[in-house]
Ligand binder design. Sequence first.
Ligand SMILES: [Zn+2]
Length: 466
Amino acid sequence: MNDMTATGSEIPVAARRAAHFAHLYALLPQMLNAIGWSRDEIDAHRTTALRAMLAHAKTHSPWYAARLAHIDAETATLADLQRIPVMTKHELMEHWDEIVTVPGASRAEAEQALQAMTDQFYIWSDHVLLCSGGTGGRPGLFVYDFDSLARLWAGMARGFFASLMTLAAEGVEVPGGVRMATVGGETSSHGSFVLSRIFTNPNNPTTNLSGWRALPDNYAKLNQAQPHFLFTYPSVIAELCQAQADGRLNISPRILYLGGEQLPQAFYDLAQATWPSADILTCWGTSEGGGTFACRQGGYHICEDLVIIEPVDGAGEPIKPGQLSEGIYFTNLYNKALPIIRYAIDDIFELADEPCPCGSQHTKVRQVHGRWFDRFQYGDISMHPVTLELAVLEQHDILEFQIQQTERGAHCLYRAEKPIDEARLVAKMDAALREAGLPSPVASAEKVVSFTRSAAGKLNPFRPLS
Ligand SMILES: [Zn+2]
């Protein structure tokens, strides 16, 4: 049930978002303080948080009760994590109803609400849903309680808060006077849209533009907005830099936050050359729990007060700093609505092997070699393939997929063991192609038995023509 039908408290969604934004700012001081914790403080906090999460999961989730039967939550240590079996996205999706701890919540109800969504909404009083293609090729569905969603964003946003405070030193009121803009997600259950929709100052709204489709009409809006802070995807930054170089775009952001995808060094350098006085920040985050905060010295730090990330090799053994992992095991320490403990993600982590000059003891990440999306180009029309992925994300019984660009549209290969609504899938892809400007697109879908993966075991969710 969403806000319009919730019994008891019928809080208008705008008021709930405003309260959520206020809660985010209330959390920031403790989040900023935690950046400076000593290693002992971090580990003591993690141990306490892990015990609380284990106890909660064992008590409220039948799935975890069986899985964690051999673990004593009261005395567990960080070393005991290795005694907990690894969880896959497939298990999360198949056992969602036994894992979720929100009373009355079900995957079926969440899916129904998502299919009907026209804007960000709250469900089960003040909970929020996020969907992602993300890791493992299978669409994922996640639910956050009110506090945890703010914690997810505050944990990541603290990385650029230090940059925002340099504006305060120049007399710009933070957050009231900071002009913010995103060239990011469109209305969807994607984290990039949901978070920017909720965590926007109601008295000074963020200018939200699409990074998913052709950009030209964005330039005038950005020129008018003159943002201090601009978020966009790394795959969009080259176009923005080109527009700035040839005069179509004329902005001077102080903070450029490039997220949602891996940031190649060449694009970092290009952005810095285009806007020499801007802080260029990036970090890695996941719908499973956020995960890192940007460092002004480059790279980013793991939010070790909020999550545990274990970089592992192909055999599941821990790797050393400086080496490349084959994946990570991810534990969310704060979102009790949907416990995620030792969950496999196939992003490749490269940890720094020396302390960060910023002084933070939170583990430094040099880079995550993760998702990178080439746009689908049809003549003059350019579209971000996540636009098409939305059609897949609402089909939670799809186990793996790949969307391939075709001459006049796109073809979605998918693997599923249960029936899916293929007609709806194709209709939504068709609508996305039309919205991008293709006059008579051809969208199609095909069920396959298996996929050929790359040598690293990755299945690229999108395959452009070129
Ligand atoms: Zn640092």
